[in-house]
Design a protein around this ligand. Sequence first.
Ligand SMILES: Cc1ncc(COP(=O)(O)O)c(C=O)c1O
Length: 391
Amino acid sequence: MEAAGVIYLDANATTPLLPEVLDAMLPWLRDGFANPSGAYAGAKLARKAIDTARGQVADLLGADPEEIIFTGGGTESVNTALWSLHRLAGEGAVVVSAIEHSAVLRYVETLGREVRLAPVDAGGRVILEKFSELLDGAAFASVMAANNETGVIQPLAELVRLSKEKGVPFHSDAIQAVGKTGASLTAIGADMLSISAHKFHGPKGVGALWIRKGLRFTPLISGGGQESGRRSGTENVPGIVGMGAASVAMKRSTEDGMLGRVREIRNAFEAAVLAEVQGVTPNGARDHRLPNTCHLSFEGCEAAGLLILLDDAGVACSAGSACMTGKQKPSHVQLAMGIPEELAKSSLRISFSLLSTMEDAMTAAEALKKAVEKLRRVQGLGVGPVQVYTP
Ligand SMILES: Cc1ncc(COP(=O)(O)O)c(C=O)c1O
C-alpha cells in the first residue's frame, strides 16, 4: 500500500483510481456478482453494465463499440493482437521498434519469425526511412504510440501510412498514449490498438483491444465464447465498469483543460530541476512528449541511489521504467537513443497524473535537488554503486 503522505510521481507505472471510478466499481464488487452470461435479472444488469463500459471506452478512442474487446490487461491485449496477426498473416518478418515495451519485444520472440527492430533517433522517435525499408517482405508491424520511459510520442500516422503502402497490417501498443494526448488514435488507420485501464486511473488487470471493423481476427484465449468469441472467460465486471468510468474521466480531462494542467505541472517541475541542479540532461524529443512525463539524466548519480534518497524523502518515482527498477542494467530504450550507458544508469522517469498537484511537484523538485547533492557528495568519496531491489 502506498504510504500516506507520499508524493506519487510514477503515473506511467500505474495510476491511482479516481474516486468516481471506485464509486462506479463498488456495487459490482458487492452485490452485482452475477455472471453476465446468466439468464436472470442480475445477470442482465451485469451484461448491460459491460455494454455501457464498452460504449465509454469506444467513445474515448473514437471507435465503434463493436470494435472493442475487453481483456485481462495491457499485456494480454498486446499478446492477443500479435497472436492474431501472426496466425493470419503470411510468411515474413515482424517489424517492431527497438523501444517497445517487453509485452511486445518478449512476445514476438516466441513466434518463430524473424524480428526486425526499427531504430530510433536521438529524440527517441522511430526513423521513418529505416522503418519503411524494414517493411519490405514483412508480414506485420507493431509500434507503440508513446514510450513508457521517455513519454516520446511516435509518428504513428506516418508509420501507419508507410505500412498501408506496403500492405503490412499494423498494431499499436497505445497503452501510454491513450487519454494523454487528446488525439483520436483510431482515426489514423491502424488495424489494432491495445490499451490498459490502470494507466489512466482505472483498475489493474483489465484492458481492451480495438480491432478495426472488418479485420480478420483469431483469438488467443478460447473457451466459453465471451466477447463475441474473441476473448473467452467470465468477464471481470467490476474491472470493466471501472475502465468505462476511467474512460469517461479521461475524455473529460482533455476537454476541460485538466490535461493542460498536468502539462503545466510537469513543465514547472522540469524547469525547477533544470534551474536548480547542475549536470542534468532532459531526454526525449521535446516537441513530441506526453504532457505528463519527464525523463532526466543526472551526471555522476546512480539512479538506484537517487531512488533510495527520494523514497526516504517521501517521493515515489522510477529509474527508466518500472520493469528496469532494481536491475543494474541500462534500459534498452535509452541505449537505442544513443544515450551512453553511464548516463542511462543515471536517469529518472518522473510521471504525473490527473491527481498530481503543483505543490507536490515543487516539493519533489526540492527533494530531488537535495538527493542529487547528497549522492554526488557521497559518491565523490568513492562509495560504490548502490544496490536496490524492487519486486
Ligand atoms: C507501453 C506499455 N505496454 C504494455 C504495458 C503492459 O500493460 P499491463 O501492465 O496492463 O499488462 C505497459 C505497462 O507497463 C506499458 O507501459
